[in-house]
Design a protein around this ligand. Structure first.
Ligand SMILES: C[C@@H](O)[C@H](N)C(=O)O
Ligand SMILES: C[C@@H](O)[C@H](N)C(=O)O
Lengths: 165, 165
């Protein structure tokens, strides 16, 4: 099955925000994104994983430009939602591989993760859809990660999309 | 900005697998997906979130058909990777909304999450890409969730894609 990676994209304009320990009950995610919408914050990558039985961590990525607004939004959220801590982390960047059906093939995921591993890059977060696998990694490793992924998947000389595409 | 949801998709053929407490160091994700690739397991939604300082939880979704193979793959992984626990959960289903640029607009995310909240549906996992927002929810709530999302986003009578699209 000829599943092909068509492009490698990256972004350094990334601030990871994590709300740690929100209650795991209906309506909580809606409340968080209602407040973010009221502050018109541009959102990239929403990730909620296993968490714990009664609590979850809700993570999302914003741009540096929106960091101030997001701090205000989180302060506003504190009034109506209990959570343990809100972490802002601007030490990360994002690299993605893009192509139809790539996320369903574990061999493609393995090749991406192995490329990063060979560079000693630690993967902080992973999120996929049927067209894309995205990883948050240390920002200062984005350039060499794009290069190794380019070698691994696009050596035939296909397209590398610029930042933020 | 006219960001439009074009379709609602869903799938009930979902088994969530979570490797809890894997070491947070380079090469671990590569090892996991190398083993999954060796057993030719079809993968949907890979999610790794904040986790803890030295440990992460790596979650992925497989089909029911591959559950036996995945159990064997995890047993094989135990030989070479330390983790606290491997959870298999086949009580979940997936609903997604699809449309260009929808994940970056917090208002769209809010409307999806609020639709599920109004039904009292608890969101177990969330994953997004620029084209899609996907939620894992209790499988027995998939039908009524698709209906409410259809009402919320597609009432103008646009496309609802069938299962597994
Ligand atoms: C947990 C796993 O993702 C690890 N951080 C890695 O880079 O492989
Ligand atoms: C944590 C949050 O996602 C919650 N489970 C909800 O449904 O809103």
């Amino acid at each position: 099955e000829e599943v092909k990676v068509k492009a490698i994209t990256h972004s350094k304009d990334v601030v990871k925000v994590v709300l740690l320990g929100v209650p795991n009950q209906p309506g909580v995610a809606a409340l968080i994104f209602k407040v973010l919408a009221e502050f018109s914050i541009f959102i990239d990558m929403i990730i909620q994983s296993e968490g714990r039985e009664t609590e979850k961590d809700v993570a999302f990525v914003i741009t540096k430009e929106d960091e101030g607004k997001a701090q205000k939004a989180i302060n506003c959220l504190k009034e109506c939602l209990s959570f343990r801590e809100a972490k802002f982390d601007d030490s990360k960047g994002k690299v993605s591989i893009v192509g139809a059906g790539i996320a369903s093939n574990p061999r493609i995921a393995y090749r991406m993760f192995d490329g990063l591993a060979r560079l000693g890059v630690n993967i902080d977060m992973i999120s996929t859809s049927n067209l894309r696998i995205s990883c948050l990694i240390p920002r200062d490793r984005v350039e060499d990660s794009v290069q190794i992924l380019h070698k691994e998947f696009l050596e035939e000389g296909e397209v590398v999309l610029r930042e933020n595409s």
